[in-house]
Ligand binder design. Structure first.
Ligand code: GLC
Length: 432
């Protein structure tokens, strides 16, 4: 059976992101930033203060870094050597969920179990040493309110995390409690930051002209240095980093697949932008669109990794793509249909990259404040940015469409592993 061309074009057109559309998104993003700077409650983004500015690059010393926010938890011992240099002395890590074995992020888990698991990893990273003092920087990658650099209260879980008993709590209290239960009193948490802030700190530690940090992975979010806000305690320079929580940006029209995905998600109405662009959700959008093309009521479970493999299949007969599609849907498709599914896959990835770029441009415009755009690098970490085919080239293309000749001044750079390093830098800034 071949899909009807009309139906295919209809589904495909849902994922179109024309130049006009992304211009509108960039403009609305900047407007929402401006609204949020006046009154964060009126913006669709939370625009959370981080109570830290940029590092000098001269921070030194040994710190513990706890990186919590994706599927894996990592604890690192990092020695900052100044001049942008550092050494990872020890690194331990484990997933928060192994299906069939344990699950610390589902509805049936508890805060005690989750933080007990973190304390165990910390214990491992310090080799059971319960006497040497360790300052800990904590990357906690969920929307949290802060009144200072050292405490963060979780507003709401995102990325389909559902552990009861953490929302509304100060995560430091939960962590300290869990450490105490293991007899660890020598680990002193001194800074909690979002992973986007960690990426920005890490990139700015190592090079100049970086004011924006972003995660483009399971989830999506960005922070930037807002020069007009000063940190009263004076941690860092250049103003204060704002964690936008732009995964919650809502001033753009979703398509019908976005609407259906949101409706069936853990938190309907929340994180609409993230649900259109991030790795956690792209596979689901693709699954729904493929189901429609195949006239199937089944819920397929393509992941963004499957999507990457399908678009990377450049063989004449698309054998690899065919195998993945057959495995996931049970359907053996003709080559013409396989090509269409590959085209749909590309369209979803390209839309994601173009929308994310619009948000970066909204920030670039905002920092320029009507004046000249400065030369700058947007630091990005995350598997989608790093590994998904088509993403980086489409970011560059969209920069050119949105910024014209100023596109030469702006690029993205990979800040691999910034989540851990940034936590260590934040800790160093806090105790300096
Ligand atoms: C989600 C979280 C946000 C985090 C992002 C990337 O959007 O709400 O805090 O930065 O995922 O991990």
């Amino acid at each position: 059976m071949a899909f009807s061309e009309g139906k295919f074009q209809d589904v495909l057109s849902e994922f179109a992101a024309t130049t006009d559309f992304i211009k509108e998104v960039a403009t609305n993003f900047q407007k929402d930033l401006q609204i949020g700077l006046r009154d964060p409650k009126s913006s669709s983004m939370r625009m959370l203060k981080s109570y830290v500015g940029l590092p000098t690059g001269k921070e030194t010393g040994e710190f513990l870094a706890l990186d919590f926010g994706g599927t894996n938890v990592r604890v690192l011992r990092i020695k900052l050597e100044g001049e942008g240099r550092y050494e990872v002395i020890k690194k331990v890590g484990e997933p928060l969920i192994i299906p069939g074995k344990y699950d610390y992020i589902g509805k049936n888990s508890t805060a005690d179990e989750m933080f007990g698991f973190l304390a165990r990893l910390i214990d491992e990273a310090i080799d059971g040493d319960h006497s040497t003092k360790f300052y800990l920087g904590h990357t906690f990658s969920f929307p949290s309110t802060q009144d200072d650099l050292n405490n963060a209260k979780l507003i709401i879980w995102t990325k389909e995390f559902a552990t009861p008993g953490v929302e509304g709590k100060v995560v430091n209290d939960l962590l300290l409690d869990a450490l105490k239960k293991r007899g660890i009193e020598n680990v002193v948490p001194v800074a909690v930051i979002n992973d986007t802030v960690a990426v920005l700190l890490s990139a700015a530690y190592q090079q100049s002209e970086v004011y924006t940090g972003s995660i483009y992975a399971t989830g999506h979010n960005t922070c930037y240095l807002e020069s007009s806000i000063k940190d009263p305690k004076g941690f860092g320079q250049g103003g204060m980093i704002l964690n936008l929580e732009c995964g919650n940006f809502m001033k753009l029209t979703p398509n019908r697949f976005d609407v259906a995905l949101d409706r069936n998600s853990e938190k309907p109405g929340e994180q609409r932008f993230e649900k259109m662009v991030s790795g956690r959700y792209m596979g689901e959008l693709f699954s729904m669109a493929v189901a429609e093309l195949l006239d199937s009521d089944k819920k397929f479970d393509f992941t963004s990794i499957d999507m990457s493999e399908i678009v990377s299949d450049d063989s004449e007969n698309l054998e690899r793509a065919a195998a993945i599609i057959e495995e996931k849907t049970g359907a053996k498709l003709e080559l013409a249909d396989l090509k269409k599914i590959k085209e749909l896959d590309e369209a979803i990835i390209v839309r994601s990259a173009r929308l994310v770029t619009s948000s970066y441009v909204g920030i670039v415009w905002q920092r320029a404040n009507g004046g000249e755009i400065e030369t700058q690098h947007v630091a990005v970490d995350g598997s989608v940015y790093e590994k998904m085919p088509l993403v980086q080239e489409n970011i560059n293309k969209a920069f050119t469409e949105l910024l014209g000749k100023d596109a030469a001044k702006v690029d993205t750079i990979l800040d691999n592993g910034g989540s851990g390093l940034g936590a260590a830098i934040a800790a160093a800034m806090a105790v300096s």
